[in-house]
Design a protein around this ligand. Structure first.
Ligand SMILES: [Zn+2]
Length: 446
């Protein structure tokens, strides 16, 4: 593999942007310095633009064998690379990944088809596959997904058992946190009233559902001494509960996603079923609380929660929202959203963006310091970012399989222009250059 010199770059050093040259050889960062470096086989002139570590997306649905018409490892990771993501942690959709054999099959598929490095979450966990946590963790998959609500509801007994088992096996319990009783009570009311409009979905699981579930997880995690990670936080109440829990020493971490930072339930009036997702969108105060939670460290990471569905799976939702797929494409627009709506609008500093998109997810899922940092010895997973580049989002430019995006027509300021994975340029100037076959499975070192 040729050595590459990235010259004339700006990199964050101790919180400040400084000029830097980065030498990459054998897939790793060999040197980061403001001094002149000897020539390499190739030179990439960053032209004074910023270089950040490749993003580590801790929650994306890029491959379910039952739904490859929506996305597969190659298309999903191509979209990822074009969005500055160089590591993805694949999340189960409906096909179970809950036994060592199923984990092995998925690892093989990733090695064959992904174009960026990857890891896996296992799930959906329950009492029937509890005993598989140990052998799965021994394969390096140490994040186990469960739900506090349907369709993968775990009751309290199950949650406690899962926490005990994951804890004993140096693993994380990753939880979709919405309270089933609240959801169920609302569902019955909405169904009795014959509600099928898009807004009915927003009423189904209000803020209270997340608040109750998050608080319960905190109590259980505290009791079990377990490491719990809350998926896709969407409410002010959830942020507040986690802030207090962290202060009290509970080993809880949380993520939010670009859509919860950019849309409210009002946007559902215009985009209808295309903004159907779980948890559902909330209000402007929640959006503010999520940005603030990222700034003050309450929310540890941003994940894409990429879960595209086709138009055919979304359209029926205009007349019956319960029939529409819940999820949206997000992996390629995540970084532009955070640069444009975050950094360029002064809601996030570049340092915070690097923390929540690169270093923190690498730490939480056990890839640090190989991933998530620009430092000598780390994998050369790098992204050149043009903070001033303005471009309108259109689905036609994106690399995902589905032909729509909720950001269609948005003018974004700040885009990745080059993505490198272990020293290989996988994306440059709008084009995905990598072929599948060189992706590595990343065991979680926890
Ligand atoms: Zn998900």
């Amino acid at each position: 593999m040729p050595s590459i010199l990235i010259s004339n770059a700006k990199v964050l050093r101790e919180g400040k942007l400084a000029s830097g040259n980065i030498l990459v050889a054998d897939g790793r960062i060999r040197s980061v310095t403001d001094k002149k470096l000897p020539n390499a086989d190739e030179t990439v002139d960053a032209k004074g633009r910023i270089v950040i570590p490749g993003l580590v997306d801790g929650h994306a649905h890029v491959y379910d064998p039952a739904f490859t018409y929506r996305e597969d490892f190659t298309s999903g990771t191509s979209a990822a690379a074009a969005g500055g993501v160089s590591t993805v942690v694949e999340m189960i959709l409906t096909t179970p990944v809950d036994s060592p054999d199923r984990v092995r099959v998925k690892i093989e598929e990733g090695r064959r088809s992904s174009i960026i490095d990857f890891s896996l979450h296992a799930g959906m966990m329950n009492l029937n596959n509890l005993a598989n946590i140990k052998p799965i963790s021994e394969l390096g998959v140490r994040s186990f997904k469960t739900f506090t609500c349907k369709p993968y509801y775990s009751d309290d007994h199950t949650l406690m058992s899962l926490m005990r088992e994951t804890s004993m096996n140096h693993s994380i319990l990753d939880v979709h946190a919405e309270d089933e009783a609240v959801a169920n009570e609302n569902l019955q009311r909405l169904q009795a009233a014959g509600r099928k409009d898009p807004m009915a979905h927003e009423e189904w699981k209000p803020n209270l559902a997340e608040e109750l579930a998050v608080k319960k997880l905190i109590r259980f995690a505290y009791g079990a001494g377990a490491r719990v990670h809350v998926s896709h936080l969407s409410t002010r109440e959830g942020v507040e509960a986690i802030r207090k829990a962290k202060r009290g020493g509970v080993k809880i971490t949380a993520e939010t996603c670009p859509h919860y930072l950019t849309f409210t339930r009002k946007d559902m009036k215009k985009q209808g079923p295309y903004l159907k997702m779980n948890p559902s969108l909330k209000g402007p105060k929640d959006v503010d609380a999520l940005w603030q939670g990222l700034r003050n460290g309450t929310i540890d990471i941003v994940t894409s929660e990429h879960a595209p569905g086709t138009r055919a799976e979304k359209e029926p939702g205009w007349t019956d929202i319960w029939k529409a797929w819940g999820g949206l494409p997000a992996i390629e627009t995540m970084l532009p959203v955070l640069l444009s709506e975050g950094v360029n609008k002064h809601r996030l500093t570049l340092a915070t963006l690097q923390n929540v998109c690169c270093e923190n997810p690498a730490r939480i899922f056990g890839f640090y310091p190989r991933k998530g940092v620009i430092r000598k010895g780390a994998d050369a997973d790098l992204v050149i970012v043009d903070l001033k580049l303005k471009r309108k989002v259109t689905a036609a430019d994106l690399h995902q399989k589905v032909d729509w995006t909720p950001y269609e027509g948005w003018m974004m300021k700040g885009w990745p222009v080059l993505t490198m994975k272990r020293g290989e340029i996988v994306f440059q100037d709008g084009e995905v250059l990598a072929k599948p076959g060189s992706a590595e499975f990343l065991p979680m070192n926890l």
